[in-house]
Design a protein around this ligand. Structure first.
Ligand code: ADE
Length: 221
């Protein structure tokens, strides 16, 4: 999988990509991440990426041409999508992550400022939001999507089944039981004694019960 990120703040990504699973996936060449600074695709002296909105109004609007030029430079793989990150997009979820993980390439455009020239619609295949709230830009959403997709790529996670058994991936059997580790007692808080019995049948029944409770609580909220 190759990720291409269009942004005016490429440095924001550095520390995140140099740690944990992203770092490992890069090292193992299971993913590739290419940064494209939108400013590099401007033609004026000041490298202007935004301008005032036609018709007036507050704020500045991301210009279309630098994005167009940046996209033109990117080598396209066969199964590829161009995704604009915007709070008005379709809400990202695990199913979308699963679909993205099957692609060869995901091109993510991180917008900024008050908005982006609406003709960007002509250039993208999808518009995606990571949730019903407004951030200052698409950089964090791009990281969220890259993380969610990368961990689904075979070979990225240590244990081959750990992504599969995630509570969101497994639609039916939610494994949302609480987990504990040593010490068995910390201050006055004890881990459930059933988990220390070594009786796998009992433990499984307990976990199933707890998963059902967690699921029920979630749907009632
Ligand atoms: N840009 C600003 N807010 C966003 C959001 N919630 N999702 C995706 N991109 C955004």
């Amino acid at each position: 999988m190759r990720f291409d990120i269009l942004t005016i703040f490429p440095k924001i990504f550095d520390s995140y990509f140099s740690e944990t699973i992203i770092k490992r996936a890069l090292k193992k060449k299971l993913i590739q991440i290419n940064m494209h600074n939108i400013r590099d695709f401007t033609t004026d002296k000041h490298h202007t990426v935004d301008d005032r909105p036609y018709g007036g109004g507050p704020g500045m609007i991301f210009k279309l041409e630098p994005i167009f030029q940046a996209l033109k430079k990117i080598n396209r793989r066969k199964k590829s999508k161009i995704v604009l990150l915007t709070p008005t997009g379709k809400q990202f979820n695990q199913q979308m992550a699963n679909r993205f993980a099957k692609l060869d390439q995901l091109i993510l455009i991180a917008g900024r400022y008050e908005g982006i020239d609406a003709r960007v619609d002509k250039l993208v295949s999808d518009k995606v939001s990571i949730g019903p709230y407004v951030l200052s830009g698409g950089e964090l959403p791009a990281m969220v999507i890259i993380e969610a997709v990368t961990r689904l790529i075979p070979g990225v996670l240590g244990h081959k089944d750990s992504a599969k058994s995630d509570s969101f991936t497994l639609n039916k059997e939610y494994l949302e039981y609480p987990q504990y580790t040593r010490p068995a007692k910390f201050k006055k808080w004890s881990a459930p004694s059933v988990l220390l019995t070594g009786n796998h049948k009992l433990i499984e029944a307990w976990r199933k019960k707890k998963s059902n409770i967690a699921r029920k609580n979630k749907t009632e909220k």
